[in-house]
Design a protein around this ligand. Sequence first.
Ligand SMILES: *Cc1c(COP(=O)(O)O)cnc(C)c1O
Length: 485
Amino acid sequence: MERLLFEMSKEGKSAYSIPPLDVDDIEVEKVIPKNILRSKKIGLPSLSEVDISRHYTRLSRMNYGVDVGIYPLGSCTMKYNPKLGEDISRMGGFTSLHPFLPERAVQGALAVMYELGEALKKITGMDAITLQPAAGAHGELTGMLIIRAYHNSKGRRPTRVLIPDSAHGTNPASATIAGFKTEQTPSDERGRIDIKALEKQLDEDVAGMMVTNPNTLGLFENDMPEVARLLHNVDALLYYDGANLNAIMGKTNPGLMGCDIVHLNLHKTFATPHGGGGPGSGPVCVTERLREFLPVPIVERDGDGFRFDYDLKNTIGKVGSFFGNFGVFLKALAYILSMGDEGIKRVSEDAVLNANYLRKRLTGVYDIPYNYVCMHEFVASGRNLEKYGVRTVDVAKRLIDYGMHPPTVYFPLIVDEALMIEPTETEGLDSLEAFADALIKIAEEAKENPDILHNAPINAPVGRLDETKAAKELDVVYTEDVGGD
Ligand SMILES: *Cc1c(COP(=O)(O)O)cnc(C)c1O
C-alpha cells in the first residue's frame, strides 16, 4: 500500500539545498500587510528528493496505459501512439512560439495547420475546416452552432435535432447545449437507422440530424445517402460524428455520403495520446456552402505563404482561445504523413479485421445481440452469465487480474450488460489471442467459481472499489493540519 506524501512527511526534511543568504534577511511581517499574511502553517509535507522521486515512480508502476498492454475501451480508440509524434511536437521551433507573434513570424506553424487541414479535408471529402475545437464534444457543439447560424441566416428558427438511439452520448448533450430539443430516431432490427421512422419525424421544424457512423454498435450506417436526401428535402443539415473515422478512412468518406458537417477526434483516429496522456482536438469540416459560418480565424494560402482569414461573412465567432491545441496538430500531421495514403487505408482495414476476429472468437461465449460484420468495434453482452449470478462488471474487474484493461461496459444503453470492445489496429495477433483467451477463461470461471469474479480484482493494488462513493463524497483534501484559511 503506497502512503500519501502527507503521511510520509518528517519535520525538517527538504528536497532542496541552497547556499546561505549573503544579504540581510527581511522580516516578512514588515513588508506584507498582516491581513493578507497566512496565520497558520501551510501544511505541505516535508520530504527529501529521493522520497518524492520514489513515491511517484512507485505510483507510475501501478499505472496501466497503452504502452503496457491492450486497452480495448470501445468508442475511445486507445491505440498505440507512435513516439515520433512526441519528438516532433517537442521541437524547439514550435514549443517556443507565442500565439501573439505576427503571422509573418510563424509561417511554419501556419503551414502545419494548413497542411493538416488539407489532409483532413481529403480524408473526410469536405471543403473547409476549423482546427479550433479542443475535443470531440467541443467539435459537436461547434457543428450545432453552425447549423443554428445556417438556419438563422435564412430567417428560420427550427427547434429540433434528430439523434439515433445508437448515437454517442455526447451528441444529445451537445445539441441541447446549443439550444435545440433532441428527438430520438429508433434503430431497426439490423441495428441501423430506421428509415421509415425517420421519414415520419421530418418536417420544417427539424434543424438537422447527428449521426454517429460507425454507430455505437460498431455497425456501418449504410443508408447515409438516403438519410442525407431526406434531410435536405426539408433543408435540414446532416452532421456526421466522425470521432471513430479509423473504421472507414481511405475507404469512403462523409462527403461521399452527402453529409454537411463532420468532426474528427485527432486524439483517437490520428494517434495522438488522450485520457491522462494529453489534450484533445476536434476539428470540424464542412461543405463549401457552410464555410462562411466557421469559427475564425481559418488558415488560407497567401501567395507563397499563409495567413489567418478572419473575414468570414456569418462566422459563429471563436470557440476557443487562440487557434486550437497546436501540439496535437503536430502529432496528427506527423502520423498522417508517415502513414501516407496507403497506410491510412491499412489502418481502417486492420482496425476492422481485428474487431471482427475478436467478435468471431467470442461468439458463443458471450451474447452478441447484433452479430453482423462490424467496423472497428462490436458490442457483446454478459447477460448469458446472469444465470450464474455474474454481471458484466464482474467480468470487467476480473480482466484486471489477467493484466488487461477492461473494455467499455454498460454502453451503449440499447444493449443489456454491454461490453463494448475496440481492439484498434495497433494490436497484433498475439495480443488479440491473449485477450480472447482471458475473456473465454473468465466465462468458464463464471460457471465454475463465480465468487472469484465477485471479488475481483484480487491481484491489483486496490480491490473492488465503491464506484459511486468518490463522486458522491468528494473529499480530495488531506485534512490533518493542512492549515491555511
Ligand atoms: C469519443 C467520442 C466523442 C467525444 O469525444 P471527446 O473528445 O471525448 O469529447 C464523440 N463521439 C464519438 C462517437 C466518440 O467516440
